[in-house]
Design a protein around this ligand. Structure first.
Ligand code: ATP
Ligand code: MG
Length: 341
């Protein structure tokens, strides 16, 4: 790996899910880079492909998923074409994952101490005493007091927020270079969400861990992330610095997402949503994936898929931001009914 190569570089990654002989869209031409110690937020509505992307990186995909094209370079090595055996050494040790529901990853009948010990045993040759000491250290680091006693407790004896802290402590035991956190806070209340995000960002500072945080809420990751990737129907719609996305979003989809951020809604008010629906994974998309819900569409939007264009250092997949797309051509005047051109 050369010194200027990012820790993670994904290029034109396309993936589909095979269901009943049909190939359903999972990811299409996804590109991103993540440097050491950087934080990338991945946002988008339900079904936009955030989890698919998260699981594709360590190749922990369901059996019916097929990577069709593209590369996933991690520390200079392409994971997309790597053997399962080599991948196993990378997973856990260099790339760790934290999920929305820690109960799904923690064994209900094993103490936290046993689980944290096992997580290390698979990758490091160190004594049981050293493993326990390291587990205590990590529990303290995630703010769990009485770390020694907590090691002898079972997952159900912890609250939701504490369990998420345990999961984060476990995932960081081996000091991974990359931590992928898929909706790590969406099961928690707003105060706990903030604490968990602050905890994750603290690790980037202390341990230099690069973090990819997935959320459907731009408000949750907006402040913590350096960069944000906005996904829709398996595609990257906008990708740039977090401040630019939050304060000057370019893509109409990003603008719509900002208007409906759950974390910004007034208490007691119903959750606003973006009108229209996300295209189903089996529906072919001809033009822009967002065209059916966008208020800025012109005929080109329904006819041609936009490229991921560069706008300065930013990337946006929208005809409006590509001067050559035809969107800016002479204003389209609808032909009155009854007349033909
Ligand atoms: P959410 O916010 O609900 O978690 P997401 O952005 O994480 O959504 P994904 O779970 O990545 O979305 O799903 C992307 C698309 O892929 C969806 O249309 C989903 O139905 C489909 N999908 C995911 N897993 C499979 C699978 N194993 N087989 C078929 N389709 C799948
Ligand atoms: Mg998901």
């Amino acid at each position: 790996m050369s010194a200027d190569e990012p820790l993670l570089a994904i290029e034109r990654l396309s993936l589909s899910y095979l269901v009943g002989g049909a190939a359903l869209r999972g990811l299409k031409d996804v590109c991103l880079t993540l440097g050491r110690g950087r934080i990338l937020g991945v946002v988008g509505e339900s079904g936009s492909g955030k989890s698919t992307l998260s699981f594709a990186i360590p190749r922990l995909l369901p059996k019916n998923a097929r990577i069709e094209e593209g590369s996933i370079r991690f520390a200079g090595i392409d994971l997309a074409g790597m053997s399962e055996k080599t991948l196993e050494t990378i997973r856990g040790a260099s790339i760790a994952m934290v999920f929305q529901d820690p109960l799904s990853s923690l064994h209900p009948c094993m103490t936290i101490g046993q689980q944290m010990s096992d997580a290390q045993r698979a990758h490091r040759r160190i004594s049981a005493r050293e493993r326990r000491a390291r587990a205590v250290e990590m529990l303290r680091l995630v703010g769990l007091a009485d770390a020694e006693q907590n090691l002898d407790r079972f997952p159900h004896q912890f609250s939701g927020g504490m369990r998420q802290r345990v999961m984060i402590a476990t995932s960081l035991l081996l000091q991974p270079d990359l931590l992928i956190a898929d909706e790590p806070t969406s099961a928690l209340d707003v105060v706990l969400q903030g604490q968990i995000i602050a905890l994750l960002t603290g690790f980037r500072e202390r341990l230099g861990t690069a973090i990819l945080i997935v959320s459907h809420d731009l408000g949750v990751v907006g402040d913590a992330a350096d960069d944000i990737l906005v996904m829709y129907a398996g595609e990257v719609m906008e990708y740039s610095g977090a401040g630019e996305i939050i304060h000057h979003p370019l893509h109409p989809y990003t603008q719509a997402l900002l208007r409906v951020m759950p974390s910004r809604r007034a208490r007691g008010r119903p959750l606003p949503t973006i009108p229209g629906r996300v295209p189903n994974a089996h529906e072919p998309i001809v033009g822009c994936a967002f065209a059916g819900r966008c208020e800025m569409t012109r005929s080109v939007c329904h006819a041609k898929r936009p490229d991921l264009s560069s706008v300065g250092a930013r990337k946006v997949r929208c005809h409006i931001h590509n001067p050559d797309s035809g969107w800016h051509d002479a204003l389209e005047i609808p032909v009155p009914a009854g007349l033909t051109a």
